[in-house]
Design a protein around this ligand. Structure first.
Ligand code: SF4
Length: 289
């Protein structure tokens, strides 16, 4: 099997119809990618249109109070993304004339934008021929093209080199879809996979070990949410956004750990340290001004 044959079968894939696949607007693409990083597709599909209606471009986001941005992110989790997006929007206004930059270096210089997100914006908004490498894509390339585990740098080089001319958007969306729908981490559905006839690993009879294991971009899933600090952080921020400032003595109950005031204060201090919250002069925890 060749990489070219694999590419051809991937390009023939019928893509899922997702709302952010109907736009090439760089700001809309960036927002969708940041939301999708750690939030389920269905939840993002529900929240993305309203969020964009409220903040349709970097300038609208940059001009909004930080508290409004954090409030608008409630329910999406990992609120730090909202703070980074707000800061990135302010930099886009200050440095890039209110536009989402279109080079890798400029995108990587913005807060909260890593190699995956930067390449996603380049490929999905600007049709720049770069490989968008995340867990799904890394797994697909390791199994389908290399037939062996890939280090991160090797996977990125391979991904960049595989993008067919003029098809950056379609190719990368198709690779991500293949990984999400058939080439799953546990139990790839090779029999039904549209790329099976050109897949290196399937063609070799799927010898162990699975190439996805040990592939750098194919990282482990998220840690358990229930009972985690993340859950408490989310509860605190949601409460501040809905009810306003909360006295320090109430934080344990709000966070869901009524017996563990020390933990609630530690988590609150973390939010303050990250700029997601502040202490008022009265000693209440509040959203930033
Ligand atoms: S044939 Fe199997 S291993 Fe190969 S790309 Fe499809 S799902 Fe993945």
């Amino acid at each position: 099997m060749t990489a070219a044959a694999f590419s051809a079968s991937v390009l023939g894939l019928e893509l899922r119809d997702l709302p952010w696949r109907r736009t090439r607007d760089p700001w809309a693409v960036l927002v969708s990618e940041l939301m999708l990083q750690q939030t389920q597709v269905a939840r993002v599909a529900e929240r993305w249109p309203a969020w964009l209606a409220a903040y349709p471009d970097p300038t609208a986001c940059a001009q909004a109070p930080t508290a409004d941005i954090i409030r608008s992110w409630s329910g999406l989790g990992y609120n730090r993304r909202a703070l980074n997006l707000h800061r990135a929007a302010q930099l886009m206004v200050e440095v890039h004339g209110g536009r989402v930059p279109n080079t890798l270096d400029e995108l990587l210089a913005l807060p909260g934008i890593g190699p995956y997100t930067a390449r996603a914006v380049l490929a999905f908004a600007y049709e720049v021929p770069v490989g968008v490498l995340d867990t799904n894509a890394g797994r697909v390339l390791a199994r389908g093209v290399a037939g062996r585990p890939l280090g991160w740098r090797e996977a990125q080089t391979l991904a960049d080199g595989l993008v067919p001319a003029g098809q950056a958007w379609r190719w990368n969306q198709a690779v991500l879809d293949l990984g999400a729908r058939w080439c799953r981490a546990r139990g790839p559905e090779c029999e039904a996979c549209p790329a099976r006839s050109a897949c290196a690993w399937a063609g070799a009879g799927r010898p162990p070990p699975d190439p996805a294991q040990g592939t750098a971009a194919a990282s482990a899933g998220q840690s358990t949410f229930a009972g985690s600090d993340r859950q408490g952080r989310g509860r605190l921020l949601r409460h501040l956004g809905t009810h306003g400032p909360a006295p320090a003595g109430q934080l344990a109950a709000v966070a869901g750990w009524p017996e563990d005031g020390a933990r609630a204060l530690r988590v609150a201090a973390g939010l303050v340290g990250e700029g997601l919250a502040r202490w008022t002069p009265e000693g209440h925890l509040a959203l930033p001004q």
